[in-house]
Design a protein around this ligand. Structure first.
Ligand SMILES: Nc1ncnc2c1ncn2[C@@H]1O[C@H](COP(=O)(O)OP(=O)(O)OP(=O)(O)O)[C@@H](O)[C@H]1O
Length: 468
């Protein structure tokens, strides 16, 4: 819920506040002097500070600490404790950027209200910054299919717990957006969501990036674990993590503490860990490239994210959602999907899953006809989707929009017409090739309205006008 640093020179007071806050579900750290307080902040900046104005036997008083904090860590809300009758000093503290003050002797309920409000304000401020940066909150996760509803109900079950989740599923299926959904709906939503993309970090820089360093050119440089403090750390494609780093992460999960590179102090962080993979981790363990113990630590709640194939009925909904997203974000035309395009999208092969669908929608909006509904002819051809790879026939636009009986008639008519013309109008050869009795073929052609006649010396098949 949040890590609170309490600084007061009176031991009884800091311990009393700490007990109350722990009962409320917060974690606390205690400091009895300005030096201890500054050392704690340097170790890990807390989510909130409760700071006594008068600190006996300290190098700095509360106001000096406040000024330093507001200069170096302006996002930490600071609640000041002032002695009774020290209103002017408390007001001066607020002018220096303190969130609020409480007077000694304080009332517990009042203290808790101030802390809750301070946490809430700081969460909203961070969310605003995130929205301005364009981060997705994860709330825009769409779907109505049975496979999607199963996923959503599993995600909903884990939002309120702190359990480690392992998301499995093919590339682009929505593992990261699922992790963001968990975060956005948990009580950590105000705290950061930090992604560790193991494949894009140089293996020899991995530890520095994760754990930070103490001897950097700018002094202490916090790593991603510290940045995520209070929130979620998301290990994207965990199987790409080098074995050496796997051991170190395992140790962090066991101890809940780590050291920055070049440092000696143990840093404590409060993190929820969510990982993802599209690989077969048991096979990676077998092959000696993934640590079994780490797998068991991360795989506490396994959740499978379905491929787009398993949720084809969501395709039109997702495509229309992406059209709106690209309209808002890039001013691309707000077009609807024509029935044939909708049907074609649902029959195509999507090895790249939702990400590929999103890319196709963007491409059509940029390169397509720009007016009217999006038609099937504007969509990429079957080859673009490797349709033959998995043995699926990508249907010609029209067929996919018809009920089976009509689609079958349309197909049979086109098919037989093509075959008869291939065999120069010779019904016997056509019948042998298509595997029908000659008389049965005649009856079929009649019912489909296909006739043959001799034109300019060669026999051709065509469709009677009124049969079309
Ligand atoms: N249900 C959904 N509703 C809306 N958008 C979605 C949904 N699922 C996925 N997306 C979008 O599809 C894209 C790919 O999703 P995401 O990055 O979560 O997939 P992933 O499985 O983590 O991919 P990778 O395996 O490559 O890391 C993102 O732009 C995401 O916002």
């Amino acid at each position: 819920m949040g890590d609170i640093l309490i600084t007061d020179d009176e031991r009884d007071i800091r311990e009393l506040i700490s007990d109350i806050l722990i009962d409320e579900g917060y974690t606390t750290r205690l400091a009895g002097s300005s030096d201890e307080c500054m050392a704690q902040i340097a170790k890990t900046p807390p989510a909130l500070m409760i700071l006594d104005i008068w600190l006996k036997d300290s190098n700095m008083d509360g106001i000096d600490i406040l000024k330093t904090v507001k200069r170096d860590n302006p996002d930490i809300p600071v609640v000041i404790i002032s002695g009774h009758g020290n209103i002017e000093i408390a007001v001066a503290a607020i002018k220096q950027g303190a969130y609020d003050f409480i007077e000694k002797p304080f009332n517990i309920d009042q203290l808790l209200v101030v802390i809750r409000r301070a946490m809430e304000t700081s969460r909203l401020r961070r969310e605003n910054v995130a929205l301005k940066r364009g981060d997705v909150a994860g709330a825009d996760m769409l779907g109505e299919s049975a496979a999607f509803r199963t996923l959503k109900s599993q995600l909903d079950k884990v939002t309120k717990s702190n359990g480690r989740v392992m998301l499995t599923g093919p590339a682009g299926s929505g593992k990261e957006i699922s992790a963001r959904y968990i975060h956005a709906n948990s009580n950590r939503s105000g705290a950061p969501f930090v992604t560790v993309n193991s494949a894009s970090i140089e293996p020899d820089r991995m530890e520095e990036v994760l754990f930070g360093r103490e001897d950097g050119p700018r002094g202490i440089e916090p790593g991603l674990l510290e940045e995520a403090n209070g929130g979620v750390i998301y290990f994207d494609e965990i199987a790409d993590m080098p074995l050496g780093t796997q051991s170190k992460i395992l140790r962090v999960l066991v101890d809940q503490r780590f050291q920055r590179v070049g440092g000696t102090d143990k840093i404590q962080v409060d993190l929820r860990v969510i990982s993802s993979t599209n690989r077969d981790l048991p096979a990676a363990i077998e092959a000696g490239i993934f640590r079994e113990e780490l797998f068991h630590r991360l795989n506490v709640v396994p959740i499978a994210v379905p491929s787009l194939e398993e949720r084809r009925e969501d395709i039109p909904l997702l495509a229309e959602h992406f059209i709106e997203v690209f309209n808002k974000a890039q001013g691309l035309p707000l077009r609807k999907l024509a029935d044939d395009a909708r049907a074609l999208l649902q029959t195509m092969i999507w090895p790249g899953n939702v990400r590929q669908l999103k890319n196709v929608v963007e491409r059509v909006l940029i390169l397509g006809e720009n007016t009217g509904d999006i038609a099937a002819r504007e969509l990429p051809s079957g080859e673009d989707h490797g349709g033959s790879d998995e043995g699926r026939i990508v249907l010609a636009g029209g067929l996919a929009t018809l009920p089976l009986r009509e689609a079958r008639e349309l197909f049979e008519r086109e098919y037989l017409l093509t075959q008869i013309n291939r065999f120069g109008g010779n019904i016997s050869r056509t019948a042998t090739f298509v595997g029908m009795e000659r008389s049965a073929l005649h009856r079929k052609l009649k019912s489909l309205g296909v006739v043959t006649s001799t034109k300019a010396g060669s026999r051709v098949a065509y469709i009677e006008e009124d049969a079309q």
